[in-house]
Write a protein that binds this ligand. Structure first.
Ligand code: NAD
Length: 348
């Protein structure tokens, strides 16, 4: 059922197949240097096996960076199931994936990602105990979105202190792209902090609700990134910071929850050249994995521990921004370097 593939960039990579249930997918452990590899399970249709493999390799590497940046004793891993979640997902298929994860003996911990629900994770948990992000159970951590939003605000305060000399967000104008699980909580926290909000989503009903609840101004989705705001917060999809959007941007700072906001690494340099402070996404959105990790690590006082880790996100972002300013390079380049140093330090 598990076939090991030899891929030099990763510690362990497996093809997962189960003829009886139609399961086809991959599990990738990029690094276990800091601890067991942790990262979500994604189910979606892929054009080919190669496309699924490329996705799992890329995502698992990203998890190594995110977990290290959050200061967690966890490595980076990810799993994908090839198929349409609406049509191909069955309890038997999920349990088969659970057995594959279980066979790795705890070197990989999974959690919910695109195409998966808390109910699906509960089904997988019938076959393995290496599942986090559950709704129920002794250490269940539930929906990570409020903690993710809290981490984004902690990072934003670090950025505000650098740009405006004060971390108070009262009166700051923040443009939020995407009002889903994280975006809504972000608007709630910012509203409570006294910020002024402009918001956009593809879903007009979400825009109307958020505008009403938090006195936000509704903006068209195709112009939100170019809003003349202090801060832009991408909380929808990846790749939104690119050669087309960056020249149009008028904010002084970018800090949001979306994964992989930069279309290419060069976009960090484009932003830096324009004097727009980009706070690296995988540092700013680490609250989600911090929340999940409390479950993996069986933390006692979850609330206090999460609070402490979010404080660490703020400190790490402070450190990244100070070093970036000192060297006059993008914070994204500094963040990558800091993580690579941390991973190497554990390797020797
Ligand atoms: P979600 O699916 O609940 O919300 C995304 C929202 O973005 C939806 O309302 C959608 O309509 C909107 N959207 C999509 N395309 C858009 C566009 N072009 N313009 C404006 N709005 C658009 O997702 P989420 O859980 O809130 O996560 C948001 C982002 O943050 C994702 O990139 C996710 O990977 C990342 N993230 C989430 C968490 C978490 O705890 N949920 C943790 C880390 C990172």
């Amino acid at each position: 059922m598990l076939t090991r593939l030899s891929i030099s960039s990763h510690e362990e990579v497996y093809r997962v197949e189960d003829a009886g249930t139609g399961l086809r997918g991959f599990i990738a452990l990029h690094s276990t240097r800091l601890g067991p590899a942790a990262g979500g399970l994604r189910m979606r249709v892929y054009e080919s096996d190669d496309a699924a493999l490329a996705d799992v390799l890329n995502l698992s590497r990203g998890m190594s960076y995110k977990n290290a940046a959050a200061g967690l004793p966890l490595g980076g891993g990810k799993a994908v199931i090839m198929g349409d979640p609406a049509a191909d997902k069955t309890p038997a298929l999920l349990r088969a994936m659970g057995r594959a994860i279980d066979a790795l003996g705890g070197r990989y911990w999974t959690a919910e990602d695109m195409g998966m629900s808390p109910e699906d994770m509960a089904e997988i948990a019938r076959a393995t105990r290496y599942v986090a992000g559950r709704d129920q159970g002794q250490h269940a951590s539930g929906d990570p979105s409020p903690v993710t939003a809290g981490g984004v605000v902690a990072a934003m305060r670090a950025g505000a202190a650098k740009v405006w000399g004060i971390d108070d967000l009262a009166g700051r104008h923040v443009a939020v792209q995407g009002l889903g699980h994280v975006g809504w909580h972000l608007c709630r926290i910012l509203h409570e902090a006294g910020a002024r909000l402009s918001v956009a989503d593809m879903d007009a009903a979400r825009v109307a609700t958020t505008a009403r609840e938090f006195g936000a101004e509704a903006v068209e989705p195709d112009t939100i990134l170019a809003t003349e705001a202090d801060i832009v917060a991408p909380c929808a999809i990846g790749g939104v910071l690119n050669a087309d959007t960056i020249p149009e941007m008028r904010a002084r700072m970018i800090c949001g929850a979306a994964n992989n906001q930069l279309a290419t690494p060069q976009d960090a340099d484009r932003l830096h050249a324009r004097g727009i402070l980009y706070l690296p996404d995988y540092v700013a959105n680490g609250g989600g994995i911090i929340n999940v990790s409390a479950e993996i690590l069986h933390v006692g006082d979850r609330a206090a521990w999460v609070e402490e880790r979010l404080g660490a996100v703020r400190k790490r972002m402070d450190d990244i921004l100070t070093r970036a300013a000192g060297e006059d390079i993008s914070p994204a380049a500094i963040a990558d370097r800091m993580v690579e140093e941390a991973l190497l330090a554990r390797a020797v």
